[in-house]
Design a protein around this ligand. Structure first.
Ligand code: XMP
Length: 512
């Protein structure tokens, strides 16, 4: 096992993901808890993450000195490199030579970290994001790669198995980064690479049991894959201590409620409470057009419903949610820069503080594609596991401006037609997520001999791996034409269809 010490980088989870992709189990611990975790877990290697702080500042975070005394291999990344240098007797200087984004490293010497990947004398693209830099190496270290602004872009003390890089090998913009991480965990730390999602399942179940004890848990189902996987996993862990609550907030897609209820009650035999709450949600959302207010309103009402259901079962101590890692990092403020909240995804950001249930979030460390693998592992039907993601706030955030039942009805129909055509064309599984949006804009049209003045429907379809970045799907025009014709002919209230060709970034996948 590998221990990842987190210094607060926005991309720490990507390190974990890369390690897991190599079939090696790892855990992330905040630096404040690293020493205890290190003692307890006895990892075969330690990776020190990046982070927003500066080691030149007094009382900035450090790795446990114990890690360096223990003799296990250590790999420091960015801040991890700097604190490693500082702790082992080198020096770090505040940044006059910041490097952000694309850079190039030149390989000066062979090194076990580069084996079979990078070759002496060659140059390779990497992704940098740092203000400080190491200026003096600790004894025993040599420089194995340089970049324009980082004379110690990669350093190594191969005798002690210490490696450290200034760039970020975990991000996709460092093309061979995953292979460097592989070299560290497999060859240098000697992990065998036989860890699987099956093992994750066992560990997650053990953790849920430990966290929950004999208390009761309520799990909100949204109709999406994540909450379904979380529910099945938790049910496997604690059986009937779990009650699933499916809230129909009036913002679901066509036929969605029936599908979810059937899956849980009939397929899994998991107790499910189906709460019809559309009146309550839609009246609270009346006149609301701000996307964040929509999310927070919905989040608040969800909690009201969960608390009411919790009372009915004699008090649940925990609320379970299918929160994924991208939800976590996009909702909390990004570290390492001015704080920005992109969207407060309801299952993290919008939780009212008064909520008196603790959270169980067994998927918090996973990316979407990993959740799908876990879902399959848990025996969820392929068709369900392959479902496109659907946001908790549902159609509310696909209806920019104020929400009305007429707009929702038109949107539901348009969305169903669009997805039906996508399935018929055999494209459902190639596309990561597709949906219709109904715009608050009305345009003039002519139908038969009459004038129409109706809403615009925008279609969105993206390819993605994890929802963090995405590109629009390049449909052929004949397909789009077919969908547009059907929507305009079959859906009252829509007389124009457009296709969204924005990637993420700079756009987001949803429109709100
Ligand atoms: P964005 O729009 O942020 O979406 O690019 C990324 C993924 O997250 C989903 N999403 C949400 N999921 N609550 C959720 O549970 C939310 O408030 C929310 N907003 C976006 C979105 O559908 C996409 O899959």
């Amino acid at each position: 096992k590998i221990l990842i010490v987190d210094f607060g980088s926005q991309v720490t989870q990507l390190i974990a993901r890369r390690v897991r992709e190599e079939g090696v189990y790892c855990e992330i611990v905040p630096f404040t808890k690293a020493e205890a975790a290190f003692r307890e877990q006895k990892p075969k290697g330690v990776i020190l993450s990046g982070g927003p702080e500066s080691v030149t500042v007094e009382a900035s975070p450090r790795a446990p000195q114990l890690v360096f005394e223990s003799g296990v291999p250590v790999f420091g990344i960015c801040y991890g490199q700097q604190t490693m240098a500082a702790q082992l007797g080198g020096a770090v200087e505040g940044g006059h030579h910041a490097e952000f984004g694309r850079a190039e490293v030149e390989i000066l010497a062979d090194c076990p970290l580069f084996n079979g990947v990078w070759h002496k004398g060659e140059r390779y693209p990497v992704w940098m994001s740092h203000g400080d830099r190491v200026t003096k190496l600790p004894d025993g270290f040599t420089t194995v790669a340089i970049s324009k602004n980082a004379p110690f872009a990669a350093v190594a003390d191969a005798a002690r198995n210490y490696y450290a890089v200034q760039f970020h090998p975990e991000v996709a913009h460092t093309p061979h980064g995953a292979l460097l991480i592989r070299n560290f965990v497999r060859d240098i730390a000697g992990c065998s690479g036989d860890w699987t999602m099956g093992a994750y399942r066992e560990e997650a179940i053990a953790k849920i049991r430990e966290q929950v004890g004999s208390e009761k848990v309520i799990c909100g189902l949204s109709g999406g894959v994540d909450s379904a996987v979380a529910a099945v996993l938790i049910h496997e862990a604690i059986g009937d201590q779990l009650t699933c609550v499916f809230v129909d907030h009036g913002l679901l897609r066509l036929g969605e409620a029936e599908q979810v209820v059937a899956l849980f009650r009939d397929h899994y035999n998991i107790p499910l409470v189906h709460v019809e709450a559309s009146g309550m949600f839609l009246s609270a959302l009346e006149g609301v057009s701000d996307p964040e207010v929509k999310r927070k309103t919905i989040g608040r009402l969800f909690i009201d419903v969960f608390e009411a259901e919790s009372k009915k079962i004699g008090g649940a101590a925990f609320l379970a949610q299918g929160t994924l890692y991208p939800d976590v990092i996009e909702s909390v403020s990004f570290t390492g820069g001015p704080s920005v909240t992109i969207k407060s995804h309801h299952n993290v950001g919008g939780l009212p503080e008064r909520m008196n249930m603790k959270l169980v979030e067994p998927l918090r460390e996973l990316f979407k594609d990993e959740v799908r693998v876990l879902g399959k592992e848990l025996g969820l039907p392929d068709a369900f596991v392959g479902r496109h993601p659907f946001p908790g706030p549902g159609l509310a955030i696909r209806c920019p401006g104020t929400i009305t039942t007429e707009k929702l009805e038109a949107l539901r129909k348009a969305d169903a037609i669009y997805l039906d055509e996508i399935r018929q064309a055999g494209l459902y599984d190639t596309i990561w997520q597709a949906f219709a949006v109904i715009l608050p804009v009305k345009t003039v049209g002519v139908m038969g001999d009459g004038r129409t003045y109706d809403h615009v429907c925008a279609l969105r379809a993206v390819t993605s791996v994890d929802g963090m970045t995405a590109d629009f799907y390049p449909f052929d025009m004949a397909f789009l034409g077919r969908v547009a014709t059907r929507i305009i002919n079959e859906v009252k209230g829509i007389n124009r269809v457009t296709y969204d060709i924005t990637s993420k970034p700079p756009g987001t996948i949803e429109w709100e």
